[in-house]
Design a protein around this ligand. Structure first.
Ligand code: TPP
Ligand code: MG
Length: 366
């Protein structure tokens, strides 16, 4: 399945140590050689993202959250597996479906929820909302609402790292529909030509809004698009947190050490509509049922219990704490102040226009 690149580049980048603990090991099943502690931590974080997104959906229907709101429901294994392959200093660019990434990259859930609620304590001081999380310290350089808008920026960030001989890697996340945007092809071409340390990740949830991959992409095995740029391409089960972590770690370290970019396709399922308000009427009952059966959180929970890494009581306790954390994030957001309307233009950088009154929406016209 994988295609291997033929280029090579002498490197000044240093190798990274594996994050995996070698202490206590899970005793059997698919988890041999894995640290039970780490496995439980993956489950904890996947569950937290699930609960967080459920509360986000609730906040949206209560009109506490405005604008658009796209959730990571069904993509938790991909989110956690990917983020565990990055260092804190590595840079992440995502599309608008990024709440889980923000949490897994190390931003407190309260600040993420506060951004959704449009409050000053949010990651973008409440001005960005659901689609525009941003946190330099955590290495999250957005959150982009324009499909494919993140790809040239991520590639430019990789060029900046290369130019400065830095040892960071850029991860550029996107959806399956995004691989038909021109910028995707332009960016992959230049990243391959110039050996830039960027891993392009396609979350193939098999739908772009309501359009299936087969309807929109002549080559529906999206990782194969890397071949056009002599880039390594690879497809992995996005519902398997360990497979995601392992593939992503390998490609991230390859990018770090030899500056070789790669394309990683993660196949998963979207459990709900494109956004919170989408009833997904275009979807067949079989497709919805298939997605439910593949639920990565439920599946991982069952696997961990089967392998003796968790028992039912421990799983329930993790779920209780995740719920409490999501509830606390909502309370923090709800208690946080709204931005002062007078600051509306403080974060806009357009060149001033003559005679532009910079009127606020509620100001009288005359
Ligand atoms: C340039 C541009 N065209 C169209 C849209 C409208 N739009 C928003 S999301 C989306 C589908 C993208 O699907 P995919 O890349 O698979 O991401 P997913 O939503 O599945 O995560 C479209 C067409 C947009 N935001 N930007
Ligand atoms: Mg999609």
């Amino acid at each position: 399945m994988a295609q291997t690149a033929t280029r090579s580049k002498p490197s000044t980048r240093t190798t990274t140590k594996s994050r995996r603990s070698t202490s206590a090991q899970a005793n059997r099943g698919p988890f041999s050689g894995e640290s039970p502690e780490l496995l439980r931590d993956y489950f904890r974080e996947m569950t937290l993202i699930r609960r967080f997104e459920e509360r986000a959906a609730q906040g949206y229907t209560q009109a506490k959250i405005g604008g658009y709101c796209h959730l990571n429901l069904g993509e938790e294994a991909s989110v956690v597996g990917l983020m565990r392959s990055l260092r804190k200093t590595d840079l992440l660019f995502t599309n608008y479906r990024e709440h889980g990434y923000a949490i897994a990259k190390g931003i407190e859930p309260g600040r993420v929820m506060a951004e959704l609620y449009g409050r000053t304590t949010g990651t973008s001081k409440g001005w960005g909302g659901s689609m525009h999380m941003f946190d330099v310290e955590a290495g999250l350089l957005g959150g982009y609402g324009i499909v494919g808008g993140q790809i040239p920026l991520a590639t430019g960030a990789a060029l900046a790292i290369d130019y400065r001989s830095g040892d960071q890697v850029v991860m550029c996340q996107m959806g399956d529909g995004t691989t038909n945007i021109g910028a995707f092809h332009e960016a992959l071409n230049i990243a391959a030509l110039w050996n830039l340390p960027v891993v392009f990740v396609v979350i193939n949830n098999q739908l772009g809004m309501g359009t299936t991959v087969e309807m929109s992409s002549a080559e529906s095995e999206l990782y194969k698009r890397a071949a056009a740029y002599k880039m390594h391409g690879e497809r992995v089960d996005g519902n398997d947190v360990l497979a995601v972590r392992d593939a992503s770690s390998r490609l991230v370290e390859e990018a770090r050490n030899s500056g070789r970019p790669a394309l990683l396709e993660l196949v998963s399922e979207r459990l709900k509509g494109h956004s919170v308000v989408d009833p997904a009427k275009y979807r067949s009952e079989e497709s919805v049922e298939k997605a439910k059966q593949a639920d990565p959180v439920a599946h991982f929970r069952a696997q961990l219990i089967e392998a003796g890494v968790l028992d039912e009581d421990a799983a329930v306790e993790i779920e209780r704490k995740a719920q409490a954390e999501a509830d606390a994030a909502v309370a923090f957001a709800d208690d946080s102040p709204h931005p002062d309307p007078a600051t509306l233009f403080d974060y806009t950088y357009a060149t001033p226009v003559d005679n532009d009154s910079r009127r606020l929406p509620a100001d009288p016209v005359f």
